[in-house]
Design a protein around this ligand. Structure first.
Ligand code: FES
Ligand SMILES: [Fe+2]
Length: 417
């Protein structure tokens, strides 16, 4: 794995401003839709939450800083503000390009209260829509797979993979109805390397022609090349997915990831023996932090080397992690399910030359899962501690927890815009 490029200057991107309405008017296209979607809540709901945001001061240097207060991890109004400001703006990783290899491939998902479907249409164009039927709001598609059209399971309204309403069943006698106004509501979609990204910002939904270089700059800042140079690319083969529902706020999982290896010798003794923790280092970019650590612990005495000579752990604000080590890459997508619950989706990718080595794959997945199980116990314990009246805020260990501080500063900035 190539050595990491040094980059320590930090610039913050301005998030796009808020917007509430979708309004489209092209003839005979799914974008000819006038819809007032209000998945963003009115700002008056956030008055209390905004006060909590100010309980963290991002200007205090790391050595003197207090962590965000426990209310950031517990309070329902703060959670609602986060959905609105953090997750309904900017580009969000939602899947990987291998899920859309062929025409008619699709996958669905949910972020906050936004249900989405991403597909490859008849012309192999990747498209994304709100996964909601325009008749009476039934969810349209479920899971993933192949479809030549989307047929609503409720009353059979049928949409093309380009979002156009092809058939509205049993509507004889309906008046003032134009089927062109009832296509699926589109979402901007983009791809970078092996990943599929969506932008749930209503303001951008009329701008479906996406400049992917611009998206890469917005999503990764200047570290896109660093990731590419370190083997984060679309040449890796997809292996499998593992999902974990964890009883903790989504940020508890992120914080755990961003402590610069601080917890590894205490909580992951098996992993620690295969890493040279003295070599652990962290680099901060605009909206990304990259931790890296050399391998070189005790060998198991055979050819098994899951971690390779250097491991890279990239955190892409707000909730996506890319881990590249040995022949492996795994990604962790942390989806907020509520103030005290999140879903973490692990996707595993492997260099093609290892694709048929079943025992290596199985052993690697077992080792990865045991680390993950150790982290789940930690995260659920932290959530309980955060809810205790004894705890209000904590401190940072300056030599290792700078990426965590960076994350909290980005979050503060995002929540105050
Ligand atoms: S809700 Fe989809 S057809 Fe009625
Ligand atoms: Fe861990």
């Amino acid at each position: 794995m190539a050595t990491l490029t040094k980059h320590i200057q930090i610039h913050f991107f301005q998030p796009p401003s808020i917007s509430f309405n979708f309004h489209f008017c092209n003839h005979r296209s799914p974008s000819r839709i006038s819809a007032s979607l209000s998945f963003r809540s009115p700002d008056s709901r956030f008055i209390e939450a905004r006060k909590l945001v100010d309980d963290f001061d991002p200007e205090i240097p790391l050595e003197k800083a207090l962590t965000p207060p426990s209310s950031w991890y517990i309070d329902p109004s703060f959670f609602a503000l986060e959905l609105d400001r953090v997750f309904y703006r900017g580009w969000q990783a939602v899947g990987y390009v291998e899920q859309l290899k062929d025409a008619h491939d699709f996958f669905t998902g949910r972020l906050g209260n936004v249900e989405y479907v991403v597909c490859k249409d008849n012309n192999r164009k990747v498209r994304a829509f709100h996964n909601v039927c325009r008749h009476h709001a039934s969810l349209l598609a479920t899971g993933c797979g192949k479809k030549s059209c989307f047929v609503c399971p409720y009353h059979g309204w049928t949409y093309g993979l380009d979002g156009i309403l092809l058939k509205a069943t049993r509507i004889n006698g309906i008046q003032n109805f134009n089927e062109n106004d009832f296509g699926l509501v589109p979402l901007p979609v983009a791809m970078w390397g092996p990943f599929v990204l969506l932008n749930l910002d209503g303001k951008l939904s009329s701008k479906l022609d996406v400049d992917e270089d611009k998206v890469a700059r917005e999503w990764l800042g200047t570290c896109a090349d660093v990731l590419r140079l370190n083997g984060v690319d679309a040449s890796l083969s997809y292996v499998c997915r593992r999902e974990y529902t964890i009883d903790c706020n989504w940020k508890v999982f992120c914080d755990n990831y961003l402590d610069g290896g601080y917890h590894v010798p205490y909580a992951h003794k098996g992993l620690a023996s295969n890493l040279n923790l003295e070599s652990y280092s962290t680099e901060l970019f605009e909206t990304v932090s990259i931790q890296s650590c050399k391998g070189g612990g005790e060998s198991k005495g055979d050819d098994y080397d899951r971690l390779g000579p250097e491991a890279l752990y990239a955190f892409i604000y707000p909730n996506f992690m890319i881990n590249r080590y040995g022949p492996w890459m795994d990604t962790n997508l942390v989806l907020p399910l509520g103030p005290r619950k999140c879903l973490v989706v692990f996707d595993y990718f492997l260099e093609a030359s290892f694709k048929n080595d079943d025992s290596f794959i199985q052993q690697s997945l077992e080792d990865s899962e045991s680390v993950q199980n150790e982290d789940i116990i930690l995260c659920e314990g932290v959530q309980k501690g955060l809810e205790s009246p004894a705890y209000k805020f904590g401190r940072y260990a300056p030599s290792v927890e700078n990426a965590m501080h960076h994350f909290h500063r980005l979050l503060h900035r995002n929540l105050t815009k």
